[in-house]
Design a protein around this ligand. Sequence first.
Ligand code: ZN
Length: 667
Amino acid sequence: MSDLDRREFLAAVTAGVAAAAVPAGAAPAASSGLAEPEFRPLPIGSIRPTGWLARQLRIQADGLTGHLDLFWPDVGQSQWFGGAAEGWERAPYWLDGAIPLAWILDDAPLQARIARYVDHIVTRQRADGWYAPYPADAATKRYDLWAILLANKALAQYHEATGDARVLEAVVRSLRALAAGLDRTPLYEWGRFRWYEGLVSAFYAYERTREPWLLDLARKLRAQGVDFEALYRTDDITVPTPRRGLWKWTKHIVNTAMATKASALSWRLDQRPSDRAFATKMLEVLDRHHGQVTGVFSGDECLAGRSPLQGTELCSVVELLYSLEHLFSVFGEASFGDRLERVAFNALPATFAPDMWSHQYDQQVNQAQCTVNPDHLFTTNGPDSNIYGLEPNFGCCTANMHQGWPKLVAHLWMKTQDEGLVAAAWAPSRVAFASHGVPVAVAVDTDYPFRETLAVTVRPERPVRFPLVLRVPEWAEGATVSLAGGAAQPMRAGSLHHLEREWVGETTLAVRFPMRPRVTTRYNETVAVERGPLVYSLAIGEAWTRIHEGEPHREMPHGDFEVRPTTPWNYGLVLDPARPEASLRFEERPVGDRPFSPEGAGMSAVAKARRLPRWTLAHGWAGEISRADPEWARAVPREPDGPLEEVRLTPYGCTNIRITEFPRTGG
Ligand SMILES: [Zn+2]
């Protein structure tokens, strides 16, 4: 964006905020009976993406998200919208991501279609408060209430985006029906493991109506749901599910990712100290036993240990992002923002084709190829799980993938309790908010995470004093900020840096988060290369092959694809983990039209490596690396490593196939 464009934008934003200081569906400032979150998210539409992030959201709207309802029966002909197809989670899942996407982009055609669907749901709501897909004879026909929790969460977003009072009324009526229904049929299965999702809409409605029964409903959902703190006192959680093993509710990866926010929602009800402590502990347990370098956990589709060959389901990636947005909001700890960026800039983009017309069910950290693979070693997922396609393995991710990017945009900035603004995650964006009733526009101009510098411009309509709080990543040793061309001030890594001052006119801050390469030791003594919030992987030449040619709906550019390597992948890295900069050379590139594609990567690195002839495909995947494995050890003297070569590393999120956790080999 040019300087002139930026000024015009800031002027327009300021004018818009002045006209409606608080958007239609916004919450009141305080909420008695419910603890205030440390930081409160801004209403949908307050934050707009710019730069590479604007291009990424446009790619999403031009891809599956903006078209799914036009051809995929489980959304387009959903019972929620008057059709005869699936009437449970799929259409609400799509709405949950399509609503923030459409309103953040001001995409009028998508907004119009969504408005028609929501209108259908609201006008067909029954007199008893249940939505149309809920069976009329619920006493004999089972209907897992998880879908109702999800639908109300999506509809609350619609109300926030549009201010349509009918929709808030529909949510309140539905929650009242739920409160009574839970006495007849307590939560079971999905609803029991996802009870806290119901608190999202119950809290939203409570903050706007002050009806105390909504908090009683929240407590009832908690009482009927799974106690994750108790669950995580058992050892079973720490044990990887056996390959081709048993599916378990307690170790289901999507339930797990969603549940990481349960304690944050519960804490708002009664401020139990144990809830605050458990939020961090749950993530620590998952990292220690199932953590992946991208900030997610393995789950294919139950928790599967730390091996880079196990898969991570796409649903769990977008759900973990949403959970981290809650955790940062409620508890206000910088580390949740660090993980939010790590997942959003690595695991999220990697699992989509660059045009977002196809996606995987499971991504792997070491993913040498993506083929239909009956010989796979997933725990319970099937042979199609890591191909790119419309609905590989199962269609839940097809319905649920949409919330990742738009909710990230909506949570980049949040409001502090003292009328300030805090950066939860860093990306090019514009935000409009009001401090002490004064409209303020803030712009972030940057190619972060591909660059280490950011320009933050603050422009209040008239002078106003408030804190601007900058999240300083844990890895950013030597971070600095300078005000309006002044001297650089140090900021402590891993902190929330407060800049409290009277903001007058336009002020630009130059922020620098120094990105030094880091080498971390991973599963079985392998190494991974990181720099800033990005993980780096071997860039592998790739050949895409279309499969399942006979599938319907071919008028849309979606499809199922296998991806195979066209260049070698079996390298060990030659580097000194204590001095990675000595053997890695990072090179800036322009951030492409498709920021997360092999050709669009805004940064790459040259590393020293040797081919390892003993490292071959096994079970259709890159073979397991194990120093203790006699097969691996025995091969060493027979097959010496190849000659020293230079190889190119590229951000994990820009790859479609990759090697990320490397064996080390001698210099
Ligand atoms: Zn899924």
